[in-house]
Unconditional design. Sequence first.
Length: 367
Amino acid sequence: MAEEQEQKQPTENAGPNAPETNPTQNPDWADMIEVKDTAEPGDMGTEDNKILNQEEIDSLLGYSAEDDEYHSMKTGVQAILNSAMVSYERLPMLEIVFDRLVRMMATSLRNFTQDNVEVSLDSIESMRFGEYIDSLTLPTLLSVFKAEEWDNYALMSLDSSLVYSTVDVLLGGRRGTAAMRLEGRPYTTIELNIVKDMIQLILSDLSTAFDPITSVNFVYDRLETNPRFAAISRLSNAVIVARLRIDMEDRGGKIDLMIPYATLEPVRELLLQMFMGERFGRDAIWENHLMEQLWETDIEIKAVLKEKMIKLGEIAKWQVGSFLDLDMQSSDDVSLICGDVPLIKGSMGRKKDHIVIKVKEKAERNG
């Protein structure tokens, strides 16, 4: 009993005005306990902190579940990464070349297929070679071709729809019906030979399209079905891709012409022109003045009697009065040179009190 009285005494001595110590009876204490229990580490209790869901994270990173198209707009972090990529320069003359190619291809393919063929240019884009390879939809035929004058390669891709449509047209398929697509099997020899003929026809038109700018011959090299075997450039190198669409009534497909910037480097200055035949940094008045001054320039010409190999030890023995045997006759030719450039050959003689040289022929220049 004594122990029970001692335990009750502190409560009785507190009096009726003492504050409540039971947190469950005080709403303020209850709210504080609830906030403390639900707070996350690092959460300061503000409403600004928010946990992102998966859709918001994808949007921040620039990815979207609905974004299946390769050429869709990039946002978020992906846009920042893309901004650090190489800034590709625009080549105005190349647009004119592909416009000419579209017109010529339409005529050539009509004659080739004996059908109504329409060719259109969808776009001209700059990207990295690795991006282009990743964007290809398999199965696709890849044709590697070479620009002989530029000593470099380019790539042409034909989708399966165009391949089967062309084969169907040339082998007597009915007009107005879509070509049958047989996925999952390799192309036959007949199909590859037909496509090869069409590719060579397109390359011939492409060579002709470049004629107003420069003369180049595009030559077919090989056909590939695996993009790994058509790697003509490093994955990080810049390329230009021209996307063409070919329609044959209810049939057709797409062709991509992929040309690396390195292949176009020999004619880069010509492709940068805004107008056909434009000349950069040239002044006709200054050119004429420079030409006039060049004709008035004084140059030093030397007459070479004989060139002979002599050991250094013999040269060290030369003294005043030593004789040098040139092993030549008085009738031997003498060469006139300017610097290291041979000009003419002639015979040496005398006219009054002067030694003269009679010109016989122009000297041969190495290189």
